[in-house]
Design a binder for this molecule. Structure first.
Ligand code: PGA
Length: 252
């Protein structure tokens, strides 16, 4: 059976003092259930400090972005090897905010995904449609294009060494969660698309849901057969809210 992963994407929030308090409460309150994994993804400047704060716990450390390049004249960029150096285990790639605001194409995202694998880290590949895409009936076509770019770059084996996160853009930060059934439909579709390449990989790959996950809706989402946890933005910034989601995960 697949473990449930509850991942916090802090985005561009926090400061040293607030992070220390947040992570201390998360570590103290982490559910004991061995099948519930927790992950926090702070902004780059805080990776070291947050990494030190979770070091003795089961809470894992991840980054929100990475360069597709190894090293060199890329001002402002951070390589996967640097993230290894700082103790990261996971890296989010292709978040919709990066695709929409920083022009990351599926090709760039696939290159980042490959760089993360190459460094021995676990990429979390975000896919998801806009409201316009959904209303036009294009949800599957959009997520297929995003997934296929990574499948053709890294293969099914590469997908098997990562995590997929389905995040409908219309549900991110809006308070409008996809219903468990809406999310399950897309998760089932993604898993079957991976299964067309490798059924074993499809069965073992964690597929997270993201978009306004909170303590009230998490249990319904995580109870669906193809939903293996959540990528959580807003609710990951308050320890009580994030822990309520982890508690919901330990009940399913
Ligand atoms: P949200 O963000 O939980 O605030 O909707 C999720 C995400 O962007 O990963």
């Amino acid at each position: 059976m697949r473990n449930i992963l509850v991942a916090g994407n802090w985005k561009m929030n926090g400061d040293s003092a607030a992070n220390a308090a947040l992570v201390e409460s998360i570590v103290a309150g982490q559910p004991a259930a061995p099948n519930v994994e927790m992950l926090v993804c702070p902004p780059f400047p805080y990776l070291s400090a947050v990494g030190a704060a979770v070091a003795e716990s089961r809470v894992q450390l991840g980054a929100q972005n990475v360069s597709q390049f190894d090293r060199g004249a890329y001002t402002g960029e951070v390589s996967a090897a640097m993230l290894v150096d700082l103790g990261c285990r996971f890296v989010i790639v292709g978040h919709s905010e990066r695709r929409a605001m920083y022009g990351e194409t599926s090709e760039v995202v696939a290159a980042k995904y490959a760089a993360v694998l190459e460094a021995g880290l676990t990429p979390i590949l975000c896919v998801g449609e806009t409201l316009e895409d959904r209303e036009a009936g294009n949800t599957e076509a959009v997520v297929d294009e995003q997934l296929d770019a990574v499948l053709s770059e890294s293969g099914a084996d590469g997908i098997g060494r990562g995590v997929v996160a389905y995040e409908p853009v219309w549900a991110i930060g809006t308070g409008k969660t996809a219903t468990p059934e809406q999310a399950q439909d897309v998760h089932r579709h993604l898993r079957s698309r991976i299964a067309a390449h490798d059924a074993g990989v499809a069965a073992s790959t964690q597929i997270l849901y993201g978009g306004s996950v909170n303590g009230d809706n998490a249990e319904g989402l995580f109870s669906m057969p193809d939903i293996d946890g959540g990528l959580v933005g807003g609710a990951s910034l308050k320890a009580a809210d994030f822990l309520a989601i982890a508690d919901a995960a330990s009940r399913v």
